[in-house]
Design a protein around this ligand. Structure first.
Ligand SMILES: CC(C)(COP(=O)(O)OP(=O)(O)OC[C@H]1O[C@@H](n2cnc3c(N)ncnc32)[C@H](O)[C@@H]1OP(=O)(O)O)[C@@H](O)C(=O)NCCC(=O)NCCS
Length: 159
């Protein structure tokens, strides 16, 4: 049974561990250190102006995601699920909870690495549509950015 809740400061070490484990799959493909070397001080600072959700399975934190609102745009970052718990709908549950909580957002915006068919499949399956490419972005990453608009039904019917 997966429970999604707001993170507290006590979750921060677990969140950093899951991030390190999840993003380590890119070690030989991308410069992944930005996601793997975040410190407790870094996440504390981030939490001052961003919301952080965790997914819990039987009392253990197994995933997390951060989001914040900029002029009605909900920006989503650092979606990560512990490798041992991937493929069970945890990322989808975290993303769905953001949509429920971010009531002030008319648009949801998330970027991922261009050459990650799994991630692209995830966002497409949640109704996100590709919006832009960011070639040679930070750490020489090529990113693809997705958007989803409220109201979900009427807008997706237009796409
Ligand atoms: C990307 C990530 C968050 C997905 O987490 P997850 O909990 O395994 O994802 P879910 O189980 O919710 O899967 C949701 C959808 O993703 C896609 N997906 C997940 N795993 C997949 C795989 N191995 N192959 C292809 N598609 C896959 C499917 O569309 C799936 O929907 P479906 O089950 O209805 O077919 C996780 O793999 C991860 O932490 N990766 C490393 C960090 C990362 O890349 N984060 C994203 C940065 S934006």
């Amino acid at each position: 049974m997966i429970k999604i809740r707001r993170a507290t400061e006590r979750d921060f070490p677990d969140i950093l561990k899951i991030q390190r484990e999840a993003f380590s799959e890119y070690l030989n493909v991308y410069e992944a250190s930005a996601w793997m070397t975040e410190t407790l001080e870094g996440i504390r600072q981030d939490a001052t102006d961003k919301a952080i959700l965790v997914a819990e399975s039987e009392g253990t934190v197994v995933g997390s995601v951060r989001f914040w609102n900029v002029a009605g745009v909900c920006v989503i970052r650092l979606l990560s699920v512990s490798p041992a718990h991937q493929g069970h709908g945890i990322a989808k549950a975290l993303m769905t909870e953001i949509e429920r909580l971010a009531t002030g957002a008319h648009k949801f915006y998330v970027c991922t690495m261009l050459r990650t068919p799994r991630n692209i499949g995830l966002f497409l399956s949640l109704g996100y549509r590709p919006e832009s490419l960011l070639p040679n972005h930070y750490h020489q990453l090529d990113l693809i950015c997705f958007a989803k608009y409220r109201p979900f039904d009427s807008h997706s019917a237009l796409i």
